[in-house]
Design a protein around this ligand. Structure first.
Ligand SMILES: Nc1nc2c(ncn2[C@@H]2O[C@H](COP(=O)(O)OP(=O)(O)OP(=O)(O)O)[C@@H](O)[C@H]2O)c(=O)[nH]1
Ligand SMILES: [Zn+2]
Length: 337
């Protein structure tokens, strides 16, 4: 298998290492049947995965669907999974490789987390001054994106129709150090050339922003085709508030990948918990599923995946301190998994 098609999909050394470990832990007769693929679309019992051969359907065994605490991680869009290819049977998902970044939102009133997208490198936070523009809230989204592990970039859209776009760029850029801000008009293409450099080979970009800011228009512009239904279409077919219903990973003609996902794109789902609640800790909770002990406090236990991530510089020690401080419960006896 040539590695090149995978690199174009975002494959990197970390994933390769995790895949090697996984393969070497498998029974010898199974090893040659295992290969990686990237989740481009999720369904209930099947996924679309992109392997070195191209887009393929893969079966999702039940263990992934009824994932409970301590069970198998359920694949989400953007995940790298290992699939088993056996002659005469359909491709089958075997394992989800550790995520480099993950977006989660609180569900069940903050009691649980749902990961929406994985392995996103850059998030375009799309906003426009003609809608409910709120600088402090934008600042919270920027911070939340940073904590997820992705790089935040703000797009002030509708520059053709809303002149305030230009006067606001300065105050938006001041929200965080080195925060890129671009004034664009998705409808006319104005300013979009400045976005091309983000779409390097294998780089995954996701879009978030309130309804009506122009995410679908931007997606179509970047893809050069009508992939996502825009507001105008929605008004005609009279469907619900959001027109984009499939969770889709797109490949851009010039390289790079774009996730336009209804669960991710509406920043309202982050509201309220983006600054202080559990969503900023999604990365840690994801890592914690790989700690050796269930109930690991991420302080002194051996085999702690959270501390290992800090040591590797993958997450900040301050975030972990905030997290462990947030749940400073009486010590529980750690249970070996
Ligand atoms: N003037 C102007 N209008 C734009 C621009 N981009 C989008 N629009 C319009 O804004 C409306 C909403 O655009 P969409 O692309 O559907 O917005 P969306 O963010 O995908 O909205 P949801 O699907 O509801 O989340 C449409 O009528 C677009 O034509 C722009 O750059 N300039
Ligand atoms: Zn731990």
């Amino acid at each position: 298998m040539s590695p090149d098609p995978l690199h174009a999909l975002g494959w990197s050394a970390n994933f390769a290492e995790a895949a090697r470990e996984m393969v070497s832990a498998a029974p010898p007769e199974v090893r040659p049947q295992l290969e990686p693929g990237r989740v481009a679309r999720t369904g209930r019992s099947t996924l679309q995965v992109w392997t070195a051969r191209g887009p393929e359907e893969a079966a999702l065994p039940g263990a992934f669907r009824h994932a409970v605490a301590g069970g198998q991680t359920s694949p989400v869009i953007g995940d790298w999974v290992m699939v088993e290819r056996r002659a005469g049977s359909p491709l089958r998902v075997v394992e989800v490789l550790p995520r480099r970044t993950s977006f989660a939102r609180a569900v069940q009133g903050g009691l649980a987390e749902q990961v929406i997208a994985a392995n996103v490198d850059v998030v375009f936070i799309v906003t426009t001054p003609d809608l409910d523009f709120d600088l402090p809230r934008l600042g919270r989204y920027v911070a939340a994106v940073g904590l997820s592990g992705a790089r935040p970039v703000v797009l002030l859209n509708k520059a053709d129709a809303v002149p305030e776009v230009h006067s606001l760029a300065g105050s938006v850029a001041a929200l965080a150090p080195d925060l890129p801000v671009h004034a664009v008009a998705a409808a006319t293409g104005q300013g979009l050339d400045a976005l091309r450099p983000y779409f390097g080979e294998g780089v995954t970009v996701a879009l978030i922003g309130s309804s009506g800011v122009g995410k679908s228009t931007l997606t179509n512009r970047l893809l050069g085709r009508e992939a996502a239904a825009t507001g105008a279409v929605r008004d005609q077919d009279g469907q619900g508030r959001h027109t984009t219903t499939t969770r889709t990973l797109y490949r851009l003609p010039a390289g790079g990948l774009l996730i336009d996902n209804p669960g991710l794109r509406d920043i309202a789902v982050w509201d309220g918990d983006a600054g202080t609640g559990s969503s900023r800790f999604g990365v840690i909770e994801e890592l914690a599923t790989r700690c050796r002990y269930r109930g690991c406090t991420h302080r002194t236990e051996p085999g702690c995946a959270v501390r290992r991530a800090v040591e590797r510089g993958e997450i900040g020690a301050e975030l972990v301190a905030a997290y462990t401080g947030a749940r400073d419960l009486p010590p529980r006896r750690a249970k070996r998994r």
